[in-house]
Design a protein around this ligand. Sequence first.
Ligand code: AMP
Length: 235
Amino acid sequence: MKTVLAAWQGRSGRGSVRLLQRPTESSFDSLGLIEPLLAAVREEGYERPTPIQARAIPHVLAGKDLLGLAQTGTGKTAAFALPILQRLHEGRRGAGKRPIRCLVLTPTRELASQIAEAFNTYGKHLGLRCAVIFGGVGHEPQRQVLRVGIDILIATPGRFLDLAGERLIDLSSLEVFVLDEADRMLDMGFAEEIAQVAERCPKARQTLMFSATYPEGVAKLAARFLRDPQEVKLA
Ligand code: AMP
């Protein structure tokens, strides 16, 4: 059953989604984030981290795998985007075509676009490149973006596999794999696609999985793809 959180009528900077949870008493500064990210968060008008952010960000910064049980509206996108941006920035390489270092798999094009917007907003002072690919639109513009080279790829499973099948997606340098809204991806029948995408990822990687609910299928995904994960569950 889905946990329905009482809507919190607070200020919420990005997008049209309302923040469903009251921020915590802690501060973004205390989470170990670097100044360019703190500045971006301040510019969004975020005053304090939400519970999922306060609890997940330190684990993700420490390189741990994570199972986050939280729905959209809790601030979960920043909970993974901020520490991922920090990791990619700190481990930045030299010139040449950028390899994909982070892949976020998400069920719908709307979510994919929102996540890409979040990475661009929080990462605006870092100069990392992010692209989004999803079905229902032409392939060619997405092919071109992949050829140029990007640091972060946000994708829906079907279009990812289409373009990967054309050898346009090389995940050999991947560091972080995110499975967003895992329960919804399973509900939409993407179990096999998720497995196929995961097979293309290097074994040595950080994996983060988010789900609003925790049915058996999600538990199986967690057992299969996460290694000794930290768990953050919102009541
Ligand atoms: P999400 O659950 O990631 O879709 O985020 C829901 C909404 O909350 C988005 O519009 C975000 O801009 C906003 N938001 C995320 N974190 C915070 C925060 N710490 N303070 C205020 N708003 C936030």
